[in-house]
Design a protein around this ligand. Structure first.
Ligand SMILES: [Zn+2]
Length: 83
């Protein structure tokens, strides 16, 4: 099974991990985060900007569902299109 089903790109910041879509538990907000350096961004498109991104803005997060990703039209950013 793919450990990063919702990855959007290889991290441009650390070059060691995947940027993936996550969902913050408390607010239910989707964001993207690198699996290795843990830098976060509000939007998948922002992850290409080396000056953007922050740490610890979003708290505890889980894997979002495909429906939640589609609701924001973020499936367009996925490396592997969802069925
Ligand atoms: Zn990274």
């Amino acid at each position: 099974m793919n450990p990063y089903p919702h990855r959007t790109e290889w991290c441009p910041r650390c070059n060691q991990g995947w940027v993936e879509i996550r969902k913050e538990v408390e607010r239910g907000t989707l964001f993207v985060r690198c699996s290795e350096c843990l830098v976060q961004w509000h939007h998948p498109a922002e992850a290409k900007d080396l000056e953007a991104g922050f740490r610890n803005h979003y708290q505890e997060a889980v894997e979002p569902t495909s429906d939640e990703i589609r609701a924001k039209q973020w499936e367009l950013y996925l490396v592997e299109p969802q069925g």
